[in-house]
Design a protein. Structure first.
Length: 115
């Protein structure tokens, strides 16, 4: 049985998921980072949907149903996006603090990102 290279096993955040006996705090941090990433994607997608529905409604005439869809998409996007952004920044700050203090364990950087 062949094992995939480490890069293929890493999750979208560039971490191995902490499966090799890692610190439970780091494992939880990676889980929160993944949830924040998904929340940001969903929130921004809902904002995009609201913009598209608005443009379509503006071009064809805004009906009460379209206005409701826009408001719901903006509200749901805000509910998802606000905490996801805060948690994402908290995870980045914790990773940075670990690196600066030299207690990073297996903290790794996301490919193509500054910090």
């Amino acid at each position: 049985m062949t094992t995939a290279p480490r890069e293929a096993r890493d999750d979208a955040c560039g971490h191995d998921g902490g499966t090799a006996g890692a610190d439970p705090v780091l494992v939880r941090r990676r889980r929160l980072a993944r949830a924040a990433e998904l929340g940001q994607r969903a929130g921004y997608a809902l904002f995009g949907l609201a913009v598209v529905v608005f443009v379509v409604g503006f071009a064809t005439g805004l009906t009460p149903g379209l206005v409701t869809a826009i408001v719901v998409a903006l509200g749901a996007g805000s509910l998802l996006l606000a905490p996801a952004i805060v948690v994402g920044y908290a995870v980045k700050a914790a990773d940075r603090d670990d690196r600066e203090r030299g207690s990073g364990g297996n903290v790794t950087r996301r490919p193509g990102r500054g910090t």
